[in-house]
Design a protein around this ligand. Structure first.
Ligand SMILES: Cc1cc2nc3c(=O)[nH]c(=O)nc-3n(C[C@H](O)[C@H](O)[C@H](O)COP(=O)(O)O)c2cc1C
Length: 333
């Protein structure tokens, strides 16, 4: 079944998550190149910061230039900035306005009483969704939630209902509570409980890293789609593999190590082109550290690339420490 969010029919029921510090314009472009991703979201953007002019939303850089569909994620706890920001996003021809109700960061939950802190209060979530819907008009609004603020307070069903009753056209559920952070296993069964409770599509999120985990998640939750975050950082091609598996067609192979090295160098060049050097190289360190995750040789590569000073240094480190097909064979022998 195709996944439809309001008036938007996605080409594949596989979504790329908002990832603060990572899902920027250049990263989104690389994900699009590999295909298979039905909808990609930006990093979360402070609605109030943008509307009140307190911050220049760097996280919106590029959104006018790139292809659609594109979702932008907003966070705030007040209706006025959410409504106004949603209006502005419609003017930018954004395909989906998403609201963040899952961020577990102390600064967001504590100082701003936003993100996952709002999971304590389904009625406020309902009002914020309604505000976004007023601002967005016919552009679909989605909500991204966790199971609750704490293991002892699991509010996902009430929150999802409040979001859907107030006009959210889909709800993404990360199968952990905020106090679980990112480490402990995901609770798929509780995502399934949300699926049963609302009539809008539910997108399952958490620990989906390959075709097998995607298939299993859909089977166990009944979700209409899956959203991938961390696995996309070391495998931006994973969307093409998952969508092929869900479609029942042949799964494309992962790029070879040589192709991954070429991708990394191109990624670096794009970032430096935009940010200049050495700043672009510094920005690129965190991305480079995600490449190769879990592979032999990745630790040594990470140790060096996380110190890369500028383009020449970055290229030298890649030439010296990025594993080759031959080094993998030697290590395995
Ligand atoms: C570094 C990092 C930044 C994140 N930034 C956001 C964000 O801006 N908005 C959001 O809703 N979730 C954010 N998340 C959560 C992810 O979107 C996702 O819900 C979570 O990582 C679980 O999915 P995964 O197991 O596929 O990584 C972030 C996660 C990480 C690791």
């Amino acid at each position: 079944m195709p996944l439809t969010i309001g008036s938007l029919e996605l080409e594949a029921p596989v979504l790329a998550a908002p990832i603060a510090g990572f899902s920027d314009f250049i990263f989104r472009g690389l994900v699009r190149e590999f295909g298979g991703c039905g909808l990609i979201y930006t990093e979360m953007v402070s609605a109030g910061g943008w509307i009140d002019g307190r911050i220049e939303p760097r996280r919106l850089r590029g959104v006018t230039e790139e292809p659609r569909p594109l979702g932008v994620q907003l966070w705030d706890r007040e209706e006025r900035p959410i409504e106004e920001a949603a209006k502005r996003l419609v003017d930018l021809d954004i395909s989906v306005v998403d609201l963040n109700f899952g961020c577990p960061k102390k600064r967001i939950m504590g100082k701003h009483a936003a993100g996952a802190q709002l999971l304590r209060d389904p009625a406020t979530i309902g009002r914020l969704v309604a505000a976004a819907v007023r601002g967005a008009g016919s552009t679909p609004v989605t909500a991204k939630i966790r199971l609750g603020p704490t293991m002892g307070m699991r509010t996902a069903v009430a929150v999802a209902k409040a979001a859907a009753d107030n006009g959210a056209q889909a709800v993404t559920v990360h199968g952990r509570t905020a106090d679980q952070g990112y480490g402990s296993p995901c609770h798929r069964q509780e995502i399934g409980e949300v699926v049963d409770a609302v009539t809008v599509p539910v997108i399952a999120n958490g620990d989906i890293c390959d075709p097998e985990s995607a298939r299993k998640t859909i089977e166990e939750t009944g979700a209409a789609g899956v959203m991938v975050a961390r696995a996309a950082l070391n495998k931006p091609w994973v969307f093409s593999q998952i969508s092929a598996a869900l479609e029942g067609v042949e799964i494309p192979p992962a790029p070879s190590l040589d192709e991954q090295r070429t991708l990394l160098l191109r990624h670096h060049a794009l970032v430096v082109d935009r940010e200049g050097d050495p700043h672009g190289t510094v920005v690129m360190r965190k991305f480079a550290c995600r490449y190769l995750a879990g592979m032999p040789g990745s630790r040594t590569f990470r140790q060096h690339v996380s110190q890369a000073a500028d383009t020449a240094d970055f290229r030298r480190i890649v030439a010296e420490y990025f594993p080759t097909e031959e080094s993998q064979v030697t290590q395995a022998a």
